[in-house]
Design a protein around this ligand. Structure first.
Ligand code: PLP
Length: 492
């Protein structure tokens, strides 16, 4: 079934504005890697003599790591085969002790939340700005970071996501300055921004945000697969300072990754590095110019709004066509009719994720589809009412201990109950409720709306049930009188 689906999809000649960044075989074929594609099964080996070992690198894997540390100009680069997810968790485990405290942006990816459970550590949240005009979350301010550190002086590390899913970056330079003033470690989830280093190097005049590696972050995790040329699941963890003990980091990486790392995946990281060395400038300039062309042409389509932000990585194209009374889900559907596959829908906004493998033809097909949609619909002016409320992700939920006994209840009956399993609209993969948080009405309404729109919500089963804690009658007082100071939060 999976195989049939994939072959049928490829035969459609689709245009990909979703992950991964290579956008198909054409990218490797262009640079003479057809043999790899033909031989991929024969490349699927294990740690035979000469093949090195991901967890004791001395040969060919070490050589590929060196290519990345040179490309990113950092101390060390680790190859990851379980995505940025494993790099984020390993980084946090390496920096925060058991029962420690982690300062983290509330819009972090679920892997960061999962690290809380694994390390048994407690979060202190930083709230990113809410961009009400678009109903999405934006940057994290250095001021908020400083406030969180002052309120949580025992925290070991700070994690922020930059760029976020929509491409909005934070001022990492200023954040790093604050974090280091208090002797903490800064981990940046740059899963969506692996390309930024190369935009600064090869296309500086286009004004893209700087990479976290160049702004003082200590550990930076990049999903090479999302925007550059390697296979899905491959990523790079960059070590940019000596504040983290790399022996501990390496130990945590072997905890989090498969003991059978895939050689085709690692080879794709190696190929991507070679392509960047040899053709990086040509590819990045092509990409930047195609984007300029797209934005210029899209601006001519009446009523098509593209979100703007001073810290936006414009490789993410966020489009709003609500002026035609088309919401995000409807726009996705209309684009699909023309074979255009996008990455994410949030309320009225469709996010098209461009990558190093997108060609001018892809941008032209996208533009043609948008023009067709505009001309086939009536222009009614901007419709604000359908945008989602970003505040559901930023408001503070009451937090308590998770009782050991748990049960499934219908989402309609979950108000006031203690969340026992993260509830995660996906994408964007940001938990809307974490274990220990008390479910409120806004959350229930948001989740129901998402499901009704056909979106995925992890943590809610097919019968629309969620897992909640059961409070024994003799413990009810404890939950009524919950006091932040008295109860050690357990995010289990
Ligand atoms: C912001 C963010 N961070 C981290 C990740 C995890 O990356 P990966 O899929 O490479 O594990 C994602 C995945 O979509 C993400 O959106």
């Amino acid at each position: 079934m999976i195989y049939d689906f994939l072959l049928a999809h490829a035969a459609e000649n689709p245009v990909s504005f979703h992950m991964p960044g290579h956008k198909g075989a054409q990218f490797y074929e262009r640079f003479g890697y057809d043999d790899f594609l033909k031989e991929v099964m024969n490349c699927d080996i294990t740690e035979i003599v000469g093949a090195d070992n991901l967890f004791q690198m001395e040969g060919i894997i070490l050589a590929t790591m060196a290519k990345y540390s040179k490309l990113y100009d950092v101390i060390d680069s680790y190859l990851l085969v379980n995505g940025s997810s494993c790099g984020l968790i390993a980084s946090i485990l390496a920096c925060v002790g058991d029962y420690g405290k982690l300062i983290m942006a509330r819009n972090c990816h679920k892997s960061v939340f999962n690290s809380l459970t694994i390390a048994d550590c407690e979060p202190a949240y930083i709230r990113p700005e809410a961009i009400e005009e678009y109903g999405i979350l934006g940057s994290v301010s250095p001021k908020e970071v400083e406030k969180a550190i002052r309120e949580n002086p025992t925290a070991d590390a700070v994690v922020v996501v930059s760029p976020n899913y929509y491409g909005i970056c934070s001022d990492i330079e200023a954040i790093a300055e604050v974090v280091h003033k208090y002797n903490k470690i800064l981990i940046v989830d740059q899963a969506h921004g692996a390309h930024l280093k190369f935009f600064s190097r090869f296309a500086a005049e286009f004004g893209y945000p700087k990479a976290a590696e160049d702004q003082g972050a200590d550990l930076v995790i990049n999903s090479i697969h999302k925007t550059l040329g390697s296979f899905t699941q491959t990523a790079i963890l960059n070590v940019c300072s000596d504040r983290v003990d790399e022996r501990v980091l390496e130990d945590k990486l072997q905890v989090m990754e498969s003991t059978s790392p895939s050689y085709p995946l690692m080879a794709s990281l190696d190929i991507n590095a070679d392509i960047l060395f040899e053709h990086g400038e040509e590819l990045i300039r092509e990409w930047a110019e195609n984007l300029e062309y797209f934005y210029e042409e899209a601006a001519k389509i009446k009523g098509l709004e593209i979100i703007r932000h001073p810290m936006l990585d414009r490789t993410k194209i966020n489009i709003d066509m609500s002026a035609y009374d088309i919401d995000g889900n409807e726009l996705e559907e209309l684009l699909l009719n023309d074979g255009i596959y996008i990455e994410l829908v949030t309320g009225n906004i469709v996010m098209a994720m461009t990558g190093i493998g997108n060609t001018r033809e892809h941008f032209d097909r996208f533009l043609a589809s948008l023009r067709k949609i505009a001309s086939a619909h009536e222009y009614v002016g901007k419709e604000k009412s359908k945008k989602i409320q970003s505040h559901v992700f930023t408001r503070e939920l009451e937090r308590v201990l998770v009782p050991a006994e748990r049960e499934y209840v219908h989402i309609d009956d979950a108000e006031g109950r203690i969340c026992a399993q993260s509830i995660i609209p996906y994408p964007p993969g940001i938990p809307i409720a974490c274990p220990g948080e008390v479910i409120d009405r806004d959350l229930i309404e948001y989740v129901k709306k998402s499901r009704a729109a056909g979106e995925k919500v992890m943590g809610m089963n097919a019968n629309h049930q969620v897992l909640v804690g059961v409070v024994a009658p003799e413990n009810e007082d404890m939950y009524d009188d919950y006091d932040d100071e008295d109860v050690k939060l357990h995010l289990g």
